[in-house]
Design a protein around this ligand. Structure first.
Ligand code: BGC
Length: 817
């Protein structure tokens, strides 16, 4: 079977080592191996030569087991950006870099990629998934998995399945028809299992059709393992496993995080009581041991990868992916930039938002902001900066201007340990405490140090976290009380939630003051995760928004070109909640209008991980979407704005206003979220509704033009010849859509007007032509037949449409299959 790679002699040798190791384990050791021993690791079992398997979040970097800027990681652009490159080979190179990062940090399993779909634009975690289209998602995810695993590091493709929104994510039951499940939501997982053989999968928090995913016998045992032949591990999302016997029956191998889980002792007890079968425990242990063998932590087994790929320069790759991902959706001659001065405007131009929030967070050792990037690339003195509007309507974790350390004390007030705190966030999970500090002797943690303001005025200080806190700024205690947990019940709410303002202090620019936030540690029994999680938060003095906009318009008027960077914030796009609307936060829309009125050469750079509304787009000269562009975002932006490189991205998802978006429901009703739209999400739905989005799926301009000259079909091979008719070299993403034309091809089932069936990137110099060769997959002509519960090849006539986007189809040929 395609997904079952246990065929080579090396695979067989590993299987033998797995069986030998399994035979030496008693029930207690086996049960222990299936449960996290802490937040990120499984126990070592030295008696069988098994090392501890270490996991870390991805997808844009490898954070490792410490949640701190002291353990920095290369931060690549967001997954939406990677998908916008439409380049699985580049995704593969990203994966190779991540494997290198994982090895550097002693990580064996990367908790990535996220291949859920952009079902509704309101999904809060879209920046972390690839696309609304399952085929594009599968291709990018497949490249990523191949790359990571080529470095000998496992992936866990997540979140299996239908974790397409965040509202009530622990309890929501997504009610999805079999056809939509197969053709959309399972499809990327299936393609990746088939083409990239991932060594792991992560089961989601949510239920699908009445059963929670960590217990889903049908989808895990029958479909994933049975039909597809997946032979990797199935790890729960963090705290997702709820029942010992349910999870074992549902094919869950590893319950994370530890130390308290539904496996371990509880599992051994269930077997002894006759509630669970030991043979099933053995199956799970086999999967874990196979993983250990593959990544090289089981003695007597050769790891899959003996020769590591050549080292990758992370900084250079981050910059390359970023510029290749930027999507130029509009350009009325404003880009590349004309010579002359630039007014660079926007809070995110200076304090760049380079990555999305939540578990996808990593800490890069440096960030190139748009201001840094453009200042370095343009002649000295030609960039003038203005804030214009600050989208951060809330406090953010204390960072710029703060010098902090954490002091741990015991119940007698004795210092038991200290740690450098690179910012105001403390997130110590399990036993990951500063040196010398043990959980039993940890009574308080004080974040203390100095703050040197950038501006004079009322600075707001606050905190994030649950429990008792004392906040003192410049000698005044502003808060000494207990913060209660949020009502939504998300166990990570204290971490992802909004900071609460607790102090307003009048401070003077450049004059340092003492700050201190003390948290009393009171770890309640029975919580699933033991962690010390809180943050000191801060907000700069708020200036009059009209004044800021006027100042920016003035700067724009005085410059040859205005570049406005608009952005979402961590409170708009992150994990644990969905979006309420698609508007840019704060006064950013007003800012763009004012700047556009002041300068006809206004370029808007959109720094957002997923779609936002662009109501002013026809009033500006160019719009460039840069996603969350990773640590080198500003350098890549300079590459593209100056014309050193063309922007290479194409939209992986339709951009349009919320009022027109066909699928918007993300909140369950009575615990259920019905996927009533069936197979019609994304462009499939926009076309069905006959609505025109702002920018269609696949759209993106470069700095040259392309003519589509010919389309030939030979069996399932399609050849498209395109010519670069512009004046500079470029790269074109040739997209192939399949449209059923009948007779026969309409099959009785309602089908989308067309769907993406293939694509290929080609490069050509001015005047040159290039040929894109695309192999049409059989699946492009199949539908899931709900009556028979099988794929059905729909014979008939189809138009093969080649073009620059789903709306810009240049050349078409009818074929019969
Ligand atoms: C997220 C996962 C992540 C895990 C560990 C969960 O809340 O849903 O994507 O891998 O935490 O951080």
């Amino acid at each position: 079977m395609a997904g079952s790679p246990r065929t080579t002699p090396a695979d067989q040798a590993r299987e033998a080592a797995v069986e030998a190791a399994l035979g030496k384990l008693d029930l207690d050791a086996k049960a222990r191996l299936l449960a996290g021993q802490d937040s990120w690791t499984l126990p070592a079992l030295p008696e069988i030569g098994l090392g501890s398997l270490v996991m870390s979040d991805g997808p844009i970097g490898v954070r490792g087991v410490h949640w701190t800027a002291e353990d920095p990681s290369v931060a690549l652009p967001s997954p939406t950006a990677l998908a916008a490159t439409w380049d699985p080979a580049l995704a593969r190179r990203a994966g190779t870099l991540l494997a290198q990062e994982a090895r550097r940090k002693g990580v064996h399993v990367l908790l990535a990629p996220t291949v859920n779909l952009h079902r509704s634009p309101l999904g809060g975690r879209h920046f972390e998934a690839y696309s609304e289209d399952p085929y594009l998602t599968g291709r990018i995810g497949g490249g990523y998995v191949q790359g990571v695993q080529s470095g000998g590091v496992a992936t866990t493709v997540k979140h299996f399945v239908a974790n397409d929104a965040e509202t009530d994510r622990f309890t929501v039951d997504n009610v999805v028809g079999a056809r939509a499940l197969r053709e959309l939501y399972l499809a990327p997982f299936e393609a990746i299992v088939e083409n990239a053989h991932p060594w792991g999968i992560m089961t989601a928090y949510n239920s699908v059709n009445g059963t929670t995913m960590t217990e889903h016998d049908h989808l895990v045992n029958e479909v994933l393992r049975g039909e597809w032949g997946f032979d990797g591990i199935n790890v729960s999302d963090w705290t997702a496993a709820r029942s010992t016997t349910g999870a074992l029956g549902g094919g869950l191998d590893i319950a994370m995080p530890g130390p308290r889980t539904v496996y371990g002792e509880a599992l051994a007890r269930a077997v002894r009581d006759g509630r669970a079968e030991e043979a099933k425990v053995d199956d799970a242990v086999r999967n874990v041991l196979r993983l250990a063998a593959r990544v090289g932590v089981l003695d007597g087994a050769d790891p899959v990868v003996a020769d590591l790929p050549a080292p990758v320069d992370g900084t250079a790759l981050a910059r390359e992916i970023a510029r290749r991902s930027f999507v130029l959706v509009r350009n009325e001659g404003a880009l590349p930039l004309r010579p002359g001065t630039v007014a660079l405007i926007g809070a995110a131009a200076r304090d760049a938002r380079v990555l999305g929030g939540g578990s996808a967070t990593v800490f890069p050792d440096h960030v190139v902001s748009p201001l840094d990037g453009l200042t370095a690339a343009l002649p000295e003195g030609s960039v003038r900066y203005a804030v214009g509007a600050d989208p951060n309507t809330e406090l953010a974790v204390a960072a710029k201007g703060f010098t902090l350390r954490a002091i741990c004390r015991d119940a007698d007030g004795e210092i038991t340990g200290t740690a450098f705190a690179p910012d105001g966030q403390i997130h110590w999970m399990g036993t990951d405490l500063p040196e010398g500090v043990t959980p039993d002797r940890l009574s308080t943690v004080e974040l203390t140090g100095t703050f040197t303001p950038r501006d004079t005025g009322t600075h707001t200080f606050g905190l994030k976290g649950v429990g008792a806190f004392t906040l003192t700024v410049d000698g005044t205690t502003y808060y000494d009380d207990v913060q209660r947990p949020a009502k939504d019940g998300d166990p990570f709410g204290a971490f992802f939630g909004a900071p609460v303002p607790r102090a307003g202090a009048e401070l003077t620019a450049g004059e340092p003051v003492e700050v201190s936030l003390t948290h009393v540690i009171d770890l309640p029994e029975g919580v699933p995760l033991k962690a010390v999680t809180f943050a000191l938060a801060h907000q700069e003095p708020r200036r009059d928004p009209d004044e800021l906009i006027a100042e920016a318009a003035q700067a724009a008027r005085a410059a040859d070109t205005a570049v406005v960077v608009v952005a979402t914030t961590e409170r708009v796009e992150s994990e644990g909640f969905d979006r309420a609307d698609l508007r840019l936060p704060g006064r950013q829309d007003d800012l763009v209008r004012a700047v556009a009125a002041a300068n006809p050469h206004t370029v808007v750079v959109v720094n957002a991980g997923s779609p936002v509304e662009l109501p002013w787009r026809d009033q500006v000269a160019a719009v460039l979407l840069t996603w969350f562009p990773g640590q080198e975002g500003g350098a890549a932006l300079a590459d593209v704005l100056t014309g050193a490189h063309e922007p290479g991205g194409r939209l992986p998802t339709t951009w349009g206003p919320l009022a027109d978006a066909p699928v918007t429901q993300v909140a369950p009703v009575d615990g259920e979220l019905p996927y009533n739209e069936g197979v019609f999400i994304g462009y499939r739905a926009w076309e069905k509704e006959g609505r025109t989005p702002t920018y269609p799926f696949g759209h993106g301009l470069g700095y040259t033009q392309w003519a589509y000259e010919s389309l030939e079909i030979d069996g399932t091979t399609v050849r498209v010849r395109v010519r670069n008719t512009g004046e500079r070299p470029g790269r074109e993403v040739v997209q192939l859509y399949v449209a059923p034309r009948g007779p026969g091809a309409d099959s009785g089932a309602e089908r989308p007007a067309r769907w993406l069936a293939g694509f290929a990137g080609v490069e050509a110099g001015p005047g040159e032509s290039a040929e894109a060769v695309v192999e049409l997959p059989r699946r492009a002509f199949e539908i899931w037949d709900e009556a028979s519960g099988a794929w059905s090849f729909v014979k008939g006539s189809y138009e093969i449409q080649a073009g620059r986007s789903i709306a810009d189809r240049r050349i078409t040929l009818t074929t019969t299959v």
